[in-house]
Structures are given as C-alpha cells and as structure tokens.
Design a protein around this ligand. Sequence first.
Ligand code: ADP
Ligand code: MG
Length: 625
Amino acid sequence: MTQTQETHPFQAEVKELLDLVIHSLYEHREIFLRELISNASDAIDKLRFESLTHPEYGSADGAKIQIGFDLDARTLSITDDGIGMNHDDLVSHLGTIARSGTRAFLSKIKQAGAATPELIGQFGVGFYASFMVAEEVVVDTLKAGETQAWRWRSRGQGEFQIEPGDRTARGTRITLHLKQPDSPEDDDPAEYLDEFKIREIVKRYSDFVAYPIQLEPKDGKDPETLNTMRPLWTRSKDSIERTEYDEFYRRTSHDWTPPREVIHFKAEGTSEYTALMFIPGARPSGLFDGTQGKSRLSLYVKRVLIMEECPELLPAWLRFVRGLVDSPDLPLNVSRETVQQNATVRAIKKRLKKRVLESLATMLAEKREEYRAFWADFGAILKEGIWYGEDEDKQVEKLCLFETTHGAEPTTLAEYVARKQPDQKQIWYLTGERRATLESSPHLEAFTKRGLEVLLFVDAIDEWLIQRLPEFEGLKLTPVDRGALELEAPSEKEAREALDREHRDMLAAIESKLGEGVKSVRFSTRLSESPAVLLNDEHAPSAHMARLMRAANQDVPDAKRILELNPDHALVKKLQTHFQADPRSEKFNEWVEWLHGQALLAEGSPLADPARFARLSTKLVLSAD
Ligand code: ADP
Ligand code: MG
C-alpha cells in the first residue's frame, strides 16, 4: 500500500486547549503520564469488553501497559495492547475534543483567567497533556481486528500528520520526543527519563489501575510491576484511603470534582456482590436529558466489565449515582434482556437503593451544608422518586428540602412540622417560579400576619410532586392561593359577609366589568398590604401550574378566579368613592381594570395587554385620584 502522508488541522478548540496546556500547566506537567496511562487502561478496558462479542480481537488476558525510555534519544514511550485506533479514530479522537468535560475545563479556565491548581485537580486534560513535555508526539497503533497500522504525529502546533504505520502488535505505542528546556533555569523534561521518577508518578496517580504497569524490560530482566493493581473495590474498605477512592472515581467517571460520598460494601448471604457507589460532587451536564434518564452503574461479573451502564441496578431517579457492582453470582454472558428478568439483579437493586437513601439521610443529619449543595445539584432528580410513586417506604419525601418563609435556610418537611402551631392542621405552601416573587405575593399576607410558615415551591417539578404527596405526618399539604378560608375566624367571616352584603351593587358592577375574567368578586380578610388578590378555585390548577402547562403547549382552560378586595386599603376605598359618585363613570371602570391587572402582576401572571396597563397606570398616577 503506497499511501502518503496526510496533514490535518486540529479543531479550533484543540488548538486553544493546547495553547493553555503548554503555557499554563507547566507546574503540573507530570500529570501527562497519568493521562497517558489512563488512556492505555481505558483502551484495555475497551478491548476486554469488545472481545466478549468479538473473540477474533484476541484476549485481554495478560494485557499490560509498558513504559520505556531512552536517555540518548530523549524519548519516553507508553505502550498498551488495548483496542488500538484506525485512521478515522485517530482523526476524530486525537484531532477534536469530544469529551464535554474538556470543554467545560476550557471555559472554566477562561472564566478564571488562568489555570489554577484547583481547576487542574478538577479536570483532566487528556492526551494533549503530553505536549507539556514533548516537542513531538508519535502514535503508532493497530486496531483490534484490523491489519493496517497507522502512525499519527504532531508537534502540537495546529496540525497533525497521519500515514500508514508498521506496528504489528494490537494496541498503541505513544512516543514522546522530549523538549529541550527553554532556558537553563527551566526544568529539563529529561527528568522523566528516570526509573525512580517514573515509579513515583505511577504510585502517586495510577496505583489502582487494574492492569500491570511495567518498565520495558532491559537487558533480559523480568519486568517488575509498578502498581498494586488490585481493583479497588475488591480490597477491604479499611485498607483504602479516601484519596484512592477519589482517584478511582475520577478515572472511571471522568468527573474531576471529588465525590461527596463513597458507599462501598460487600453483600453476603443469598447473593454475593460488591458495590462501590459515589455521590458526585458536582452536577454533570446532560443529567436531565431524555437520553440519559436512566441510572448508570456499571455491572461487573467476576471483575470483568459486562455493561458500562446497567439501568437495572438503580431506579432512574438515582441516576446521579456513579459506580459499579461486581457479582460472581451472575453468568458472564448475561445480556440486557436477562438482566431485566434476573431476580438477583432485582434484589441487588433494592439493597443499593436502600443504601444510597441511607447515606443521603446521614448526610442530611450530619453535614447540612454539604447536603444543601448536593440538593442544589440533584434534588430535582431525587424528587422524581416521589412523582413516579416509587417512594414506597416514604424515604425520599423525608430527604426533600424546600424554600420556606421561615428563613433563608431550606427546610425539610419534618422540620416544618416540628415548628408548626399547636392547632395547625395543614402544611401550607405556595408555588411559583422564583422565591422573590413568592415572598411578596399577596397570598402570603394572611399567613405572615398569623405567624404561619409557608413553604415556597419554586422547582418546576414541585407542582406535579404534590399530587403524589397529599400529606406528611398526617398534615395535609394545602396551597395558600385557593379559595378555602380555613384561616378565617367566625367573627371575621361575619364581618366580611356583612361587607359583601353592604357593597353588593358595587361587587356586581365589578363582576360585570371584568366579565369572563373572574368568577366572583368579594371582600377579604386575608390581605393586609395589598389592595386585591386573585384566588383559585379549590379544584382548578394553580396559576403557576397553568403557566407551566401553557409553556409546555398544553391546553389549559382559563380558570375562573375569585377576586378578593382588601376593605381597609386606600385604593379600594377610592374605588368605592368613584362607584358612589357614578357607577357608570370611566374612572370607576378604569380603577376596576387596574386593580385586576395589578392582582395578576403580583402573583407573577402575564397581562393580556401590558401596554394598555402601563398607559392606565400612568394616567391614574398623574390624575392621583
Ligand atoms: P479521554 O480519555 O477523556 O477521552 P483523551 O484526550 O485522554 O480524552 O483521549 C482522547 C481519545 O483518544 C480517547 O477517548 C480514546 O478514544 C483515544 N485514545 C487515546 N489514547 C488511546 C490509546 N492508548 N488507545 C486507544 N485509544 C486512545
Ligand atoms: Mg484520557
């Protein structure tokens, strides 16, 4: 085959990353080795996985990662016998940035203005890290199942070359031609051409890698394995340092923020398995997408990866949990279909779910700050457990945090109940988009006056959630913007009804002016600051729900609302004066329209004609009567 060399440009983002990596990560440059070893290990993982269905790829048994160096040539090489890459793989994997984590890294660095050590700890920079120490990188590779080998080379300056290669063994060899130091004060990258240095870096970053990492044998000596290698989850919990868990998590999940919690246990008894689960420290992108609406623990059978993401191991509403289960009880050839039917898998799922919820309950009880941060990232997902009716043992509802009028600190339902007034029979709540809007809602006035706490449901899912959460510890969850008047004392009721009778004519005039817009108009005892408020019928969707449904293009009949007026408010008194002067006057009608409009605004609903409302406001303010 006489193919010549092709030159390809790097994707613009790669150029940007290369620039950053080379110029700002200098002090952390030893991580290049961690990144290359991690890729080698991923490549063997892939082979192991693929060879289950493609025996012709050869076995991954005995697969290893070798590090070689040559002081005279100033080269360092990392070789694996993993899956390898073909021509197209090279172009897309080593010419573009596919991983969203790397993109996030780029934009974070740009925001921060510099690559700080925290950022570097949080993200991996991957293959391109090799250009921190190398002036040229050469990749020789042969993909499993193929016969044509390829060579990729680049000096990290905007382009790379690809040509046919001569590698005969499956896998990849990456050769770094180390840079000369820029000036005599700079550290010479040749420091990495040293057995002790390499040992040290491998121990620090790659000890848990599941395949042997060896120095390439020289003068006939048997290669020595530098890493401990035993898969982390097979070791006893007491022997594992938190940093090892963090490193393992980072490598397997490609999430560079350390996990918030680690759940590691061995189950013995009817079925035997080991679970290692992590509650992430940050919310990855895409978690809410339909395509990722499944849980994603990996399934291993006797340390062999069977399924990278096995949705049967945890309910979808725990899909933020990462990690794996290793069970010797399942057959190696277990398929997606059989996993679904498998009783062992079902038993495992039940137990895992319980352990995750227990761990969250402990975090809530003992580490409130952390739990709040967790909740901000994943609360909306966890709540889906209630919505789907899968919270049979009522554990999820106890883990929910809600905004509350009690203060800035979000509350659990149990904490609300502990604070309730002795004769209080309801858990009061109000739904809407934003805390600030809800806090100034006229609906709250009666509750504030009576010192009653109201939960502020500001998450879009909350409206749906409460349909599955009718009560908590015997207290009914009750919206404050419905027509029911549970709060009213008998004497207040009498006074209100007397007012309604006295002003029957005016109320009727307002009703006829507003027409379709309202069901009825009456006086209120619930207002102290606001002139008017709109209430919902007991069974109609709330104003917030109606907005959500409209936003989702659903048909929502215009709910007939009840307009309540504050009899003590100066504006309402003014309305009465105008009515008494002339019930048919333009003034009276304008005041009616204006009061209705501002009641809509106060609850965050849109106005039918905002421009008209603005003109009306200006006019009424100017005439100031
Ligand atoms: P990441 O490992 O996070 O995907 P990298 O920049 O480290 O990002 O690597 C980019 C891609 O290049 C990998 O996803 C993989 O497809 C490919 N790759 C890198 N090194 C190897 C290797 N030794 N063997 C096979 N493929 C590799
Ligand atoms: Mg990588």
